[in-house]
Design a protein around this ligand. Structure first.
Ligand SMILES: [Cu+2]
Length: 69
């Protein structure tokens, strides 16, 4: 059973940003799918098990953006 979580990421402005966030989040353990909506900043992550919020925030930070809380 997979889990879907939705986050809001601040600072993304183009397709490159989307690709960077998608790449970093895809590296997280158990993540099977990442969907980014550039216009709203909403990021949907599908994973095998619930994700740790700190890990998600760290991945988004690694990509160069911030997670909206
Ligand atoms: Cu960009």
């Amino acid at each position: 059973m997979s889990t879907t979580s939705t986050y809001t990421v601040n600072g993304m402005s183009c397709g490159h940003c989307v690709a960077a966030v998608t790449e970093e989040l895809s590296k997280l353990d158990g993540v099977s799918h990442v969907d980014v909506d550039l216009g709203s900043g909403r990021v949907t992550v599908e994973s095998d098990s619930p994700l740790d919020d700190d890990e998600v925030a760290a991945a988004v930070d690694e990509a160069g953006y911030t997670l909206s809380s």
